[in-house]
Every structure is written in C-alpha cells, then in structure tokens.
Design a binder for this molecule. Structure first.
Ligand SMILES: [Zn+2]
Ligand SMILES: [Zn+2]
Length: 382
C-alpha cells in the first residue's frame, strides 16, 4: 500500500505550492547522500518524497490524487518517474536543475563530485544469550576491494607513463542530455574507457590488469558489545572496499544475531523463564532451583503461590547497550499437580482434602486478604 503523499512530505492537505516545495527541499537535505550514505533506506525514502512532490506540485495531478488517491493516478495513466533515476543527484537535477541553490548546497555547484568513497561490506555473526551479558569477540572474514600494491592504484606498470584519456579529454566524465517527464536533463556519467579517472596507463599493471585494484581477503576481529539485540549492526569505519585514489574506504557492517535460548524469553533487558513446581511445594512454599544465565540459583517460593505467579530475580536479566544495571529475570511458576500417587500419598492427600475450606481457595490479589483471614481464624481456634 503506497504511503499518503501528504504524510510523506509532512504537510497539511491544504498546503500551498510554496509550502510543498519547502517541505521537499527540507527532506532532500535530510536524506542527502553525504548525510545518509549509510542509511540503506535513505535513497528509497528520497524517491518516495520525490514522487509525492511530483504529484502534489502539479495542480491537475494533485486534484486527481485528492479525489481518487493512488488508484486514481494509476488509472489516469500516471507513472512515478523518480524511480527511474539512478541517484539523488539525478532526481534533484530533474526537479530543480543544477543552477538551483539547493543543488549547489548538496553537490557543490557544478555537480562534479570528487573521487568516490569505497563501497560498504556486510558480514554477520552469532552470539549466545550469555554472551549478551559479557560481550563477545568474533572474527569475520570477507573479500574486499583493495588498492593494488604494485601500481599503487594508478593501473600502470611501475615506471611506465600515463596519458590523458582521449574519450573524455581527461575530465573523467561524459555529459549527455536525457529526456524525462520534467523536460531535458543534463546527466553526467563516468567515462567508461578511463573509468572516470581521466587518465589511462600506456602499459597496464600486470598485477591488476590496469584496474588499479585487487580483491583481497580481509579478517577483522569484531567486538560485540554487551546488551546487543538480534538484528543490530556494528559499524567498523574504513574496513570496507577501497575507494577511488584519494578517497576513503567504505565501512564494514556486521549484523549480529543472538541465538535463541529455549530456557529464556527475552523482553529487552528482561528475561522470562518458567519453572515447574509440584502443587504441594506451591502450597507450603520453599526453595526451588532455577536456571539463570549465571548458572543455577535458588529462589524462595512463597507459601500459597498460585499457578502463573512470578518470582523476580533482580539483576539476573541483560545489560543494555548504554550499560548500567542489568535487567531482571521473571520466573513464572508452573504449578503441576502430581499424578499416579502411591497409597501413602493418596491417604495424606485425602486427609488434607477434607480440611481445605472454601475460604482457602482465594487466589491472586485477594490472597493476602485471605491469608489474614486464615491467621485470624487459626488464632481464634487456639
Ligand atoms: Zn596494479
Ligand atoms: Zn575518459
């Protein structure tokens, strides 16, 4: 279901044209690739915003959308164009043109971007719930693009000359005019023969075949912090692919999975576990062994504990990423009625059974009141 265009831009349904333009510019700044290079959704959000702007900035399209919604636009033959563009830069130049101050703000005027930073690399690791308490170290290995050591990235055999690229005249870029829904747009594309470098080696480097890069196996030790949750990513700056000569490396993102532990259910920093106790122990109260992440512990079950009642073990839960005190472990009492009694047990149970009064069958919140009542009665009997 496509999102409401007014919601996407964050404007009221009666917003004027200037307001809509302002909202889109604000979003464009927010989602700009330099700011949001590592938010994988930024580009997608930006395209949604561009799509919303494309509709709401056109009075006729906006009327259709107000009356018939997304469905009305589609049956009217409208197709969003933002999705066809390759990059932020192209969408923005389509909407505002390269002369627009916003464009200058975001891309430094001429639209010529410097050497590109290297791409990001992803890896994944798994830790146990117990390691969430202590933190853990993991080694990750991956293939990454590295600068060729033989030619230091310029692609030429050491000692051989490099000349300017004939195709692009040394600029590294080719400009072409593209026709789009918004009129003609000047697109710049990297020159293919020189790969955007503007220079070509006369004798290509033997090691990298003139590419200036090689693929190398890289290994990193990753510190998984205590308190991590499944699905969270750790960023290691500069551990990704090598970029163009003169530009930085990309980042390594390590996605962490916390292996499920059937003994515990995680609720943020708290854990829930279940312990089975016989009904007689629940009646009498007493000590019960319970598994925790730090080993076995003994908990005190109160006399008259009811099925499903919880005993809280403070500080037996998990830390948070911010540090500080550990959460709690909630132990749920699963009160089980013993079956297949032998003769002696049966006799004891029968004797107990005839003495249990209705007043003793008060559960939950009323139990404390019931206990007081029971004490008073015992005292009265004495
Ligand atoms: Zn090389
Ligand atoms: Zn070229």
């Amino acid at each position: 279901m496509p999102q409401d265009f007014y919601d996407v831009l964050g404007v009221a349904r009666d917003a004027g044209g200037a307001e809509i333009k302002k909202a889109f510019r604000r979003l464009a700044r927010e989602l700009h690739p330099d700011v949001n290079r590592h938010d994988p959704e930024a580009e997608e959000k930006f395209k949604q915003a561009a799509e919303a702007y494309e509709v709401l900035s056109d009075p006729e399209r906006r009327r259709t959308y107000d009356a018939y919604g997304h469905e009305g636009l589609r049956t009217g033959g409208w197709q969003p164009h933002a999705a066809d563009f390759g990059s932020f830069e192209e969408v923005l130049s389509a909407f505002f043109g390269r002369g627009d101050p916003l464009f200058g703000d975001l891309f430094g005027g001429g639209g010529r971007r410097g050497p590109a930073t290297g791409g990001d690399v992803g890896a994944s690791v798994e830790v146990s719930l117990a390691e969430v308490v202590t933190g853990a170290k993991r080694e990750v290995s991956f293939d990454a693009i590295a600068t060729c050591e033989r030619c230091r990235g310029n692609g030429a055999e050491p000692g051989t000359p490099i000349r300017a690229c004939e195709t692009c005249g040394g600029s590294g870029q080719l400009r072409e005019v593209a026709r789009t829904a918004f009129g003609q747009v000047m697109r710049t594309a990297a020159c293919e023969p020189c790969g955007g470098a503007g220079k070509v080696p006369e004798t290509p480097c033997e090691e990298c075949d003139g590419r200036g890069r090689t693929v190398a196996k890289r290994t990193f030790e990753v510190d998984v912090p205590a308190g991590i949750e499944s699905g969270q990513r750790i960023r290691i700056s500069g551990a990704g692919h090598a970029g163009d000569p003169g530009a930085g490396k990309g980042n390594l993102y390590v996605e962490v999975t916390v292996a499920p532990d059937e003994r515990f259910e995680r609720h943020g920093e708290h854990l829930v576990s279940v312990v089975r106790i016989p009904a007689t122990r629940a009646m009498l109260g007493g000590e019960v062994p319970v598994e925790t992440l730090d080993g076995e512990r003994t908990v005190e079950v109160p006399a008259g504990a009811q099925p499903g009642e919880r005993v809280v073990l403070e500080g037996q839960g998990l830390p948070t990423l911010r540090g500080g005190r550990r959460g709690d472990q909630h132990v749920v009492l699963d009160v089980v009625v013993p079956s297949a009694l032998d003769d002696e047990q049966r006799e004891l149970a029968e004797r107990l059974d005839v003495t249990v009064s209705d007043e003793q069958l008060v559960a939950g919140d009323e139990r404390d009141a019931g206990r007081r009542w029971g004490r008073r009665r015992r005292r009265a009997r004495r």
